[in-house]
Ligand binder design. Structure first.
Ligand code: BDR
Ligand code: CA
Length: 321
């Protein structure tokens, strides 16, 4: 029985892979996609989400536009240096002919979760602005979520500042609401997969050529990955590989067990000091002021890449085992 899923995202090259992997996975039923400002502005992330779903032949999945800026403090720029000015590594996907859902992302999330016969899993692959607003506006509905899986934060160093990972750096107050103090009446199981673990899932030039030769979807993905995105990581560490961070969230929903989780609590730094946006992870904390949750500590990167490639390249669905 496919389990219902919502994805909140800021596509984004790695968000694109997460979305396409979700579309290719029979274990889940994608109820909708919501968008947020992050890698690029929300107008672009919304157009990108619609175009990615059209590419996957899933224009039936509604896309609802969300927040255009962080909750409290605006930030200058996003991650166009990584994802290109259009957010998709400069690749122009054929635009979708479907319009966004007229509802704001937060209302869309609330109505979709309410209407679902089964508890919904919510995935977040961008800044947590929409999710924080959802918790604030609809706490009872949010309390009924099956679980929340987040790509964000880090147990180790960050990628924007020495301390902060992009999604938490972009909107630390929202991250605090979702990771540290939800204010929900029920503790929704929360799974945070940070930069350090998500980075264990990476593609190299061999995987790019498998994708490129696999058909239309794979060729677009290879183009999105193989230009500015790959160059960014080449310049960073001199290697011909690039992390596809956001894909880990959908992998956790589809193939549980490939990412190792440990119980922990997370404190997000909302100061305006150098640590702003950093996540401090306390394993097995007994401090009940802080939300208990699971944090990713390891990932079977090789197996995850194998499963993603087989699904994106349109082959037979492999088992997760
Ligand atoms: C996160 O930041 C974004 O640039 C990526 O899409 C990913 O969600 C990694 O830090
Ligand atoms: Ca993202």
């Amino acid at each position: 029985m496919a389990s219902p899923l919502l994805i909140d995202c800021d596509p984004g090259v790695d968000d694109m892979i997460a979305l396409l992997f979700a579309c290719a996975s029979h274990e889940i039923r994608l109820l909708g996609v919501t968008t947020v400002s992050g890698n690029v502005g929300v107008d672009k992330t919304t157009a990108n989400a619609l175009a990615i779903l059209a590419l996957a032949g899933r224009s039936d999945v509604p896309v609802a536009r969300g927040s255009s800026r962080p909750l409290i403090r605006s930030v200058r720029g996003g991650a166009a240096d990584v994802h290109g000015d259009n957010g998709l590594g400069g690749v122009c996907l054929p635009p979708s002919d479907v319009a966004p859902d007229p509802r704001h992302a937060v209302d869309f999330l609330a109505e979709t979760v309410t209407d679902s016969a089964e508890p919904v899993t919510l995935i977040a692959t961008g800044p947590l602005t929409n999710i924080a607003l959802f918790y604030a506006r609809y706490p009872d509905v949010a309390s009924s979520l099956r679980r929340v899986i987040i790509m964000g934060g880090s147990i180790g160093p960050g990628n924007v500042t020495p301390a902060a990972e992009f999604n938490c750096w972009f909107d630390p107050e929202a991250a605090y609401r979702v990771l540290t103090d939800t204010g929900l009446s029920r503790q929704v199981p929360n799974f945070m997969i940070g930069l350090d673990v998500a980075a264990r899932v990476s593609l190299g030039v061999n995987e790019l050529s498998v994708l490129r030769n696999s058909g239309r979807v794979g060729a677009y993905v290879a183009d999105a990955l193989g230009g500015q995105y790959l160059n960014h990581f080449r310049d960073l560490d001199g290697r011909d590989t690039m992390p596809i961070y956001d894909s880990v969230t959908v992998v956790e929903a589809v193939c549980p067990g490939l990412i190792t989780m440990a119980p922990a609590s997370v404190e997000v730094d909302t100061s305006t000091e150098r640590g702003r946006g950093a996540t401090e992870v306390h394993f097995r904390s007994s401090n009940d002021q802080i939300v208990e949750q699971s944090v990713g500590v390891d990932a079977n990167g090789e197996k995850i890449v194998e499963v993603i490639l087989e699904r994106l390249a349109g082959g037979d669905l492999p088992s997760c085992a």
